[in-house]
Design a protein. Structure first.
Length: 356
């Protein structure tokens, strides 16, 4: 229990340190909410009144030295990735003494995706997603390309078109992806056609797709030309954000709800330091899992050594018993032979020895 209390205190201290560093920078930002992990991205965005700005600080891939000394956690992100297939992410049929449980493995994958997604949007590159094992890479790239698709719409950034095509191709083929993806499926257009229209802006997409009748009306409801085209409040808010972004040439993070605003801050400021909270949570959790795994492995090894020692002792006992049995057998043979010789002597002497 004490270990988990210390772990919780360290995580709180790390997050506090990040907030203090950001607030004392020349370019400060105010953000009351920090999500435990990025949420799914949606075209519909809740509008709030709060402006933010953050400094650009280089992120390292291990927790700060002072906390590493306290916790004994010296692992890096690269260490975790290299450990995949060795201490975690191992097949159930693999012959290993011990590995992380399925639940622990899923937790590590989820936290790796959160951190890599954060770093990818901070660097405006999918490279951090691509460094992950395949089991986490697809999920990370889907989230990254979804974010790029949003930038394509709100910023009319045609450099995001390929990411948009990749995102819609995978999302539209996935039956588990619903909600806004169903809207695109109903258009009966290819991902390439849809993305080519999206890059023209929210208010021009539906007309660019050459739709008519019911499909056109449904399209205007989620990608309106004006606020009056839609019956959804979140779409109206998104439309206002779109108009503001187009007019000012920058995505206005202050108009977004907290979870979206946070990733928007990361994306627009390229502040990798904002991803430290994901890094620290991942590393501390992994170190805790590894400590328990090492204890479990040591316990297994001790049991194996004890079993091996007992096996050797039993083997020596059997060998000793066999040796004693062989000696007893030889002694018996000697005694038997001696008796036979004695009997022969008696017969040849005719019992003289007894007369005398």
């Amino acid at each position: 229990m004490k270990k988990y209390i210390v772990l919780a205190v360290i995580i709180i201290a790390l997050i506090t340190a990040v907030i203090i560093n950001i607030k004392t920078s020349k370019k400060s930002f105010i953000s009351q909410t920090r999500p435990s992990q990025p949420e799914n991205i949606s075209i519909g965005v809740e509008v709030v009144k709060e402006s933010t700005e953050a400094p650009k600080i280089q992120t390292i891939e291990q927790i700060p030295t002072q906390y590493a000394q306290i916790t004994g956690c010296t692992k890096t992100i690269n260490d975790i990735i290299l450990d995949y297939g060795k201490t975690w992410g191992i097949s159930k049929t693999a012959k290993v003494k011990a590995s992380l449980t399925e639940e622990e493995t899923n937790n590590i994958i989820s936290m790796l995706v959160d951190y890599s997604f954060c770093m990818s949007i901070a660097k405006n590159s999918p490279e951090y997603c691509k460094m992950l094992p395949q089991v986490g890479q697809d999920s990370c790239l889907l989230k990254y390309n979804k974010w790029q698709t949003m930038l394509l719409v709100f910023m009319k950034d045609d450099k995001k078109e390929l990411a948009c095509v990749d995102y819609l191709t995978k999302a539209m083929a996935d039956k588990n992806e619903k909600d806004e993806i169903d809207v695109f499926r109903k258009l009966e257009k290819t991902p390439k056609e849809i993305c080519s229209a999206l890059k023209m802006g929210m208010d021009k997409t539906c007309d660019a797709l050459n739709l008519s009748g019911k499909k056109l009306k449904e399209c205007y409801n989620v990608l309106p030309r004006t606020e009056s085209d839609t019956s959804f409040n979140d779409v109206r808010e998104s439309f206002r954000l779109y108009k503001d972004s187009v007019q000012n040439g920058i995505l206005n993070c202050s108009l977004m709800k907290p979870s979206m605003r946070f990733r928007c801050e990361i994306s627009t400021t390229r502040n990798e330091r904002l991803c430290d909270q994901y890094r620290d949570k991942l590393l501390l959790t992994y170190c805790d899992y590894m400590q328990k795994l090492n204890s479990k492995t040591e316990e297994i090894m001790q049991k194996e050594q004890k079993a091996e020692a007992e096996k050797e002792a039993q083997k020596r006992k059997l060998e000793e018993q066999k040796r004693l049995d062989e000696i007893k057998k030889k002694d018996g043979e000697i005694i038997k032979k001696a008796k036979e010789i004695l009997q022969k002597q008696k017969k040849t002497t005719g019992g003289n020895d007894e007369t005398e």
